[in-house]
Design a protein around this ligand. Sequence first.
Ligand SMILES: NC(=O)c1ccc[n+]([C@@H]2O[C@H](COP(=O)([O-])OP(=O)(O)OC[C@H]3O[C@@H](n4cnc5c(N)ncnc54)[C@H](O)[C@@H]3O)[C@@H](O)[C@H]2O)c1
Length: 117
Amino acid sequence: MELHGKKVLVTGADGFIGSHLTEMLVEEKADVRALCVYNSFNSWGWLDTSPIRDEIDIWTGDVRDPHFCKTITQDIEVVFHLAALIAIPYSYVAPDSYVDTNIKGTLNICQAAKENG
Ligand SMILES: NC(=O)c1ccc[n+]([C@@H]2O[C@H](COP(=O)([O-])OP(=O)(O)OC[C@H]3O[C@@H](n4cnc5c(N)ncnc54)[C@H](O)[C@@H]3O)[C@@H](O)[C@H]2O)c1
């Protein structure tokens, strides 16, 4: 897929895969909107130390919020959805949060992308 000049959203851009994908997209000259999960430390995870952090449009928010998903997918042509809870041991401790993030969050992003065309 040709991504040069495309408006691309990466969710989970603060994570391991999302941050490296974001760096690759900047190399490909895509116009990247990067979603990092909101936290009170104002940390952008892996993007904190990335050399491309000033070349992307960083948003903070949460894929569990359908209204936020509708906003962040506006004017976007391509979505890479990497936001997720991945730690298997913690999924046994707090399973509802995994359903909310991985299942409901994915549904929110898909519905928002569809509604925004
Ligand atoms: N790392 C691997 O080797 C690997 C292999 C295959 C598939 N995957 C999949 O790729 C995806 C990303 O994996 P990763 O290794 O980058 O994980 P990661 O934990 O490093 O990144 C996930 C990011 O999602 C963000 N996030 C969590 N909840 C959120 C929410 N409610 N709203 C917005 N953002 C939220 C976190 O802040 C985190 O930075 C996952 O679906 C994972 O299963 C990873």
